[in-house]
Design a protein around this ligand. Structure first.
Ligand code: AQP
Length: 343
């Protein structure tokens, strides 16, 4: 008799990652890093610097190592404790690529061709993009399921990729007749900061690859740069409204109010209650002060961690040892399920 449970019955585990592909911005901080630190207190967490994802677009090999340390430093500066959470970089754990191959044979081409982030990143040039960029969501599914992670804190832009991870997990369980073998990972998107928009266009997400530096607040910006970018942020001639409904067709206002709320850990409505009736001449300086107040300690700490690259490398290596120890037995089971000789 097959005694495999129908539903996943393993422990709760959190996995998330950030690409070392450029300077981190306020969106990465609020959508991901800030949640990482909170979750480590009551969950087993793995926070990965996803360098294998970064090379889906060209990276300068001399810079990649430094950028990897920068993301690790940002995790620590945001409050992640590497003694609690497992902090490592993806290329040190070979299981990511191995499982990605198995999942390549489970995922369907039609599923991948529906991924909007590939379409956005490739634009009209999709034929010239790397196969890796197209396959990115399959590697992401492997990242999560290599540890049978059950929860994934991410920004809203990752929602579709997480749905694909669930589809891959379900198809694997079904195809190999191992119900409940992989969990169907839950995206943890809700809450303030899940979708921070460009400061120049309230309909486009704040992004590392936006050519305009004024579109984003970088964690490495000086207080003066941060304040100047908020002052220049697109708004309108109106005043701050009384209700959230009145922001429906004012995306830039919604974004600035949302940033204030996420940084102050209050609701959008609480921000409106405080500022309703005031113009942006009054609101923007208050927002700039809050941004500087919350981000500068993180930037300062990040710089401090970066001044000791050997220690960061030691933390990444120790994290990779722990990640490998968790992944290896799971990979062994996967090889057996697939039916490899020698497994
Ligand atoms: N604007 C955003 N608002 C909220 N969360 C965001 N995230 C990214 N942008 C926003 C979240 O940050 C985490 C790490 O993202 P990533 O670096 O792995 O990749 P990304 O989503 O591709 O980040 P960028 O800045 O948008 O890079 P480019 O410009 O290269 O596409 C993820 O949890 C993501 O949801």
């Amino acid at each position: 008799m097959n005694d495999t449970p129908i539903h996943y019955s393993g422990p709760e585990r959190v996995f998330s990652g950030v690409q070392p592909s450029g300077a981190l911005h306020l969106g990465n901080y609020l959508g991901a890093l800030k949640k990482f630190a909170v979750m480590q207190h009551d969950h087993e967490c793995l926070y990965c610097v996803v360098d294998l994802h970064a090379i889906t677009v060209p990276q300068d090999p001399k810079l990649l190592k430094q950028q990897t340390r920068e993301i690790a430093a940002a995790y620590l500066a945001a409050g992640v404790d590497p003694k609690k959470a497992i902090v490592y970089n993806q290329s040190r754990v070979r299981g990511h690529t191995e499982l990605a191959w198995y999942f390549n044979c489970v995922a369907r081409i039609g599923w991948l061709s529906r991924m909007t982030q590939f379409k956005d990143k490739a634009g009209k040039n999709s034929e010239a993009m790397s196969v890796g960029l197209y396959d990115y969501p399959v590697l992401q599914a492997a990242d999560i399921l290599l540890f049978k992670a059950t929860h994934v804190p991410v920004g809203e832009d990752q929602k579709q990729h997480l749905e694909l991870s669930r589809d891959i997990a379900a198809k694997f369980n079904n195809d190999f007749k191992v119900p409940g073998f992989f969990p169907l990972p839950e995206p943890m998107i809700k809450g303030p900061g899940a979708r921070i928009m460009s400061l120049r266009d309230g309909k486009a997400k704040m992004s590392k690859s936006d050519p305009s530096d004024n579109s984003r607040i970088n964690l490495t910006d000086t207080p003066e740069q941060m304040a100047k970018k908020i002052k220049k942020a697109k708004s309108d001639a109106g005043v701050i409204p009384e209700t959230e409904k009145e922001m429906d067709d004012r995306p830039e206002v919604q974004n600035l109010v949302g940033i204030y709320a996420a940084l102050a850990d209050i609701s959008d409505q609480a921000v409106l209650d405080e500022f309703a009736g005031q113009g942006f001449g009054a609101f923007k300086p208050a927002l700039a002060d809050l941004v500087v107040d919350k981000l500068q300690p993180v930037s300062d700490l990040m710089r401090r961690y970066l001044s000791d690259p050997e220690e960061l490398d030691r933390i990444l290596a120790a994290g990779a040892d722990r990640a490998n120890a968790l992944a290896e037995p799971i990979l062994g089971d996967i090889r057996k399920v697939i039916g490899f000789s020698g497994a």
